[in-house]
Design a protein around this ligand. Structure first.
Ligand SMILES: N[C@@H](CCC(=O)N[C@@H](CS)C(=O)NCC(=O)O)C(=O)O
Length: 215
């Protein structure tokens, strides 16, 4: 039996739960971290020395780091759909997953979501926030060009390439910030919202995180 630990409000947990649901893997989910605590418990630290969520235990195989978990789940339960044995094919998802974590995430999730939404108003650094909003806009415009002739990131079907970027969209489109017109990204976001797994695990209202710099 697969067990997944992490609070439902965690962006990194949401990606994992979205894929678990897309794959239809039976599982048990345990809320942990944030107001649920438990990150410093010795038994949790024994699984993840960093004390962070998400973590999975799949019949004794323990994995932490959300993208490592996505790849493990895809390779184990999604061969032929979310996982290819061909390295060149896999690299197509890999590059967008890595781009999401190393480029989009610092600009949007850290710079805008944390810098603006999660920071109490008196502490906000507006020049830095504005710069990150503008950088995020340029990244989303690049996505808009990429998505001009494909319904999902790699073509006709949802793949791992959609998950980390797609998980950002709910927050991006629900913050009170300036956004450029990005019709192709908006159409992709609508397609993701048609998926029950996306609605169940990514479209989680995040009001409890407003103005809170603690996890
Ligand atoms: N790079 C890690 C980041 C893990 C991480 O920072 N998780 C956050 C939640 S999104 C966390 O555990 N925060 C502490 C808490 O929830 O109490 C990953 O992708 O899994």
């Amino acid at each position: 039996m697969l067990t997944v630990w992490g609070r439902r409000s965690s962006f990194n947990l949401q990606k994992v739960m979205w894929l678990v649901d897309e794959l239809g893997v039976g599982h048990r989910h345990i809320e942990l971290g944030g107001r649920f605590g438990g990150l410093d418990a010795p038994e949790f630290r024994a699984m993840n020395p960093h004390g962070r969520v998400p973590v999975i235990d799949d019949g004794g195989t323990i994995v932490w780091e959300s993208h490592a978990i996505l790849r493990y789940l895809a390779a184990t339960y999604g061969r032929g759909s979310f996982w290819s044995d061909d390295a060149a094919m896999r690299s197509q998802s890999d590059r967008w997953m890595d781009w999401a974590q190393t480029a989009l995430q610092p600009d949007f999730l850290i710079g805008v979501f944390w810098g603006f939404y999660r920071t109490p108003e008196p502490q906000r650094n507006w020049p830095a926030i504005k710069e990150r909003i503008a950088k995020t806009a340029r990244r989303v415009q690049l996505l808009d060009r990429w998505l001009a002739d494909r319904p999902f990131m790699l073509g006709d079907a949802l793949t791992l390439a959609d998950i980390p970027i797609g998980a950002h969209l709910y927050r991006y489109f629900n913050l009170e910030i300036e956004r450029p017109a990005v019709p192709n990204v908006e159409a992709w976001y609508r397609r993701l919202q048609e998926r029950p797994a996306y609605r169940a695990h990514v479209m989680i209202p995040f009001g409890e995180l407003a103005g809170r710099l603690d996890p």
